[in-house]
Write a protein that binds this ligand. Structure first.
Ligand code: HEC
Length: 279
């Protein structure tokens, strides 16, 4: 696929529109960016990470409200132990992110993603010594922080994670492994933390990061669907959503299309602004 086709597929989910746009397209010009190496790395990593963070917010809120929230109301269960033998449950949102991050690491080893905290339930989510001062700054300003981490050489971006609903606070306060039991609604409970070893990227590299994050969401969701098929009472998998009132789950395609619909405008605008010479 050419870089232009990749961009269209990325933005619009690669369906009929792609055919429509390219059916009457002129013959392709010779490519200069087949593997991205000849492309200049001119895009600041901060701009791409901002897109990734926005996409992550969209996926997390889609998953949290439409799958976990609405799913519980129709009888589906969610657990931190969803991958264990004999457990008939889907991943909690934090675990959904964690599984997504594992795929992202496989597809694009340079890109790191984790939901960190100064008081984590899972000790692997504890911020490193060099991330802690940045987190303190977030606690003061409530704003995202980006910095070059001198101890690791990594560009690091941290986005605050707020206790936005009661469930965040009650579940963490009651959890036996939580080192803190007085979380309150509105607290900053942690930060979604992104790391990348270079300050600038080429356009194909940037596209690859976005595609890899999206693949991470879909692979995690697909793994959940595969497990759900083996539940003693398997939910119906298809075009319907739990918010329709049925004991069901949307197919991976339906989930992907809904995500693309929610993310398209934001991501395409950010990408176009990036290439806008008049800016
Ligand atoms: C039903 C329980 C539950 C709910 C609800 C919940 N969490 Fe968690 N959360 C967990 C568990 C369990 C982990 C540890 C996951 C892991 O193993 O990485 C976690 C991890 C986290 C982390 C990473 C640091 C840590 O504690 O390991 C943050 C930050 C976090 N959650 C914030 C939130 C926020 C914000 C909400 C609400 C929007 C929320 N959580 C809702 C159970 C919950």
């Amino acid at each position: 696929m050419s870089a232009a086709e990749r961009m269209i597929t990325l933005l619009f989910g690669g369906t009929a529109l792609l055919v429509f746009l390219f059916a009457s397209a002129p013959p392709e010009l010779p490519e200069s960016d087949v593997d991205g190496r000849q492309q200049e790395a001119t895009i600041p990593v901060s701009k791409i990470v901002a897109i990734l963070a926005a996409e992550n917010d969209i996926a997390r809120s889609l998953y949290t409200s439409e799958i976990v929230g609405a799913g519980k109301a129709v009888g589906l269960q969610f657990s931190e132990h969803w991958q264990d033998e004999g457990i008939e449950a889907g991943p909690l949102p934090a675990l959904f992110l964690r599984a997504t991050a594992t795929t992202v690491r496989e597809l694009t080893p340079d890109l790191g993603l984790f939901l960190g905290s100064a008081f984590p339930i899972a000790s692997s989510n504890l911020f490193s010594d060099s991330q802690l001062p940045a987190f303190r700054q977030i606690m003061e300003t409530h704003e995202a922080v980006m910095f070059a981490d001198e101890s690791t050489g990594q560009f690091t971006a941290m986005y605050p994670d707020f206790a936005s609903v009661d469930a965040c606070v009650t579940c963490h306060n009651r959890h036996p492994d939580s080192p803190k039991s007085d979380w309150r609604i509105g607290d900053i409970m942690g930060a979604t933390t992104w790391t990348y070893p270079r300050r600038q990227l080429s356009a194909p590299e940037a596209m690859q990061l976005i595609t890899s994050l999206r693949s991470g969401f879909i692979r995690t969701y697909t793994e959940y669907l595969e497990r759900a098929k083996g539940f003693s009472r398997p939910p119906v998998i298809g075009d319907r959503w739990p918010s329709d009132g049925d004991y069901c789950l949307p197919s991976a395609d339906a989930f992907r299309m809904e995500f693309c619909k929610r993310a398209a405008l934001q991501t395409s605008t950010a990408l176009l602004n990036m290439f806008d010479a008049t800016e």
